[in-house]
Design a protein around this ligand. Structure first.
Ligand SMILES: [Zn+2]
Length: 310
């Protein structure tokens, strides 16, 4: 397959119609101008030639559902707060850290779990229905692709809606754990502030001290959200599985990811090695801009809604 589109220079000018993203569910979408029509046309040409599309998505997709990302300027969690996500070894080693993590997660859960898919998730689900999309890999842990009905899906870093026992490996629903938390902590209250991309919120240490955390119902082991924390690695079997789906694809589209985390970036490098053409949709620069045939800067939902995938 051959693509007759030119690579866009970084910082290419965009259209004059400025659009704002400052209220409601769009509070966590970085400011951006409306996407220039010519770049959307180029992406449409690209898509018209694709038969088996491999898609990788990141936090930029979910900001339009009201979930902040970590790295965006001004609106990302790193820019707004000094909070940092849980490290894997800290969770494993420290009962106090686990207690704090689960107390905060318990408070944030009702709001975090209520987020709904947006136009971008729905567009990708429709591409799957029309057999355009071969496989979707997401770096997000918010379950919004599965809520949208996506089936051909790998959650690269797991999903906060599942809980795993570190001893026996039993998987259970996070929703069930919420009921266990409530039963164990009938008089415990705390208020949720801003909720992070993994459902974390800030809770005072004094309150955390009194929060009770249940053990695995099967074996008494330690419960952990079924997500890959920072400092942990994705299993070899999962990485291999994704490489196989990539090898079956004839084009790659990355949506809403700056690709700063290697566990996702490696698949774009592999696509480049295989001479599989790459397109990107993201607000702001990505680590793979120099590898892409097409780069569209704009909101994911807005751009994907404009693309015909038949
Ligand atoms: Zn267990």
């Amino acid at each position: 397959m051959r693509f007759l589109v030119r690579t866009l220079p970084l910082g290419a000018p965009f259209g004059n119609r400025a659009s704002t993203a400052s209220t409601g569910a769009l509070s966590f979408v970085p400011p951006c101008r409306s996407t220039d029509a010519q770049y959307v046309e180029q992406l449409q040409d690209f898509m018209s030639q694709v038969k088996h599309l491999f898609v990788m998505t990141g936090a930029g997709l979910s900001t339009e559902s009201g979930i902040p990302d970590y790295r965006s300027e001004k609106v990302g969690l790193y820019a707004r707060t000094d909070r940092r996500p849980m490290e894997h070894m800290e969770f494993i080693r420290s009962a106090k850290s686990r207690q704090r993590y689960w107390a905060r997660n318990f408070v944030g859960w009702p709001q975090f779990s209520s987020h709904q898919p947006n136009a971008a998730h729905r567009a990708l689900q429709q591409w799957e229905e029309r057999s355009k999309l071969h496989w979707l890999v997401t770096q997000n842990v918010d379950a919004l692709h599965s809520k949208a009905g996506q089936k051909r899906l790998t959650e690269l870093h797991g999903c906060t809606h599942r809980v795993i026992c570190l001893s026996c490996g039993d998987i259970s629903a996070r929703e069930d754990l919420q009921r266990h938390f409530e039963a164990l902590n009938p008089d415990w209250t705390a208020h949720a502030g801003a909720v992070a991309p993994d459902g974390d919120v800030f809770v005072e240490d004094e309150q955390v001290l009194h929060f009770k955390v249940p053990s695995c119902e099967c074996c008494g082991g330690i419960l952990k959200p079924d997500v890959t924390f920072f400092g942990d690695t994705v299993s070899k079997a999962k990485v291999q599985f994704v490489h196989e789906r990539l090898a079956e694809s004839d084009a790659v589209l990355v949506v809403g990811s700056s690709l700063q985390v290697y566990s996702g970036y490696r698949f774009v490098l592999a696509a480049n090695d295989r001479k599989i053409p790459i397109a990107l949709i993201n607000i702001g620069p990505t680590r793979a801009d120099h590898l892409a045939q097409i780069k569209v800067s704009g909101r994911c939902g807005e751009v994907l809604s404009l693309i015909q995938a038949s």
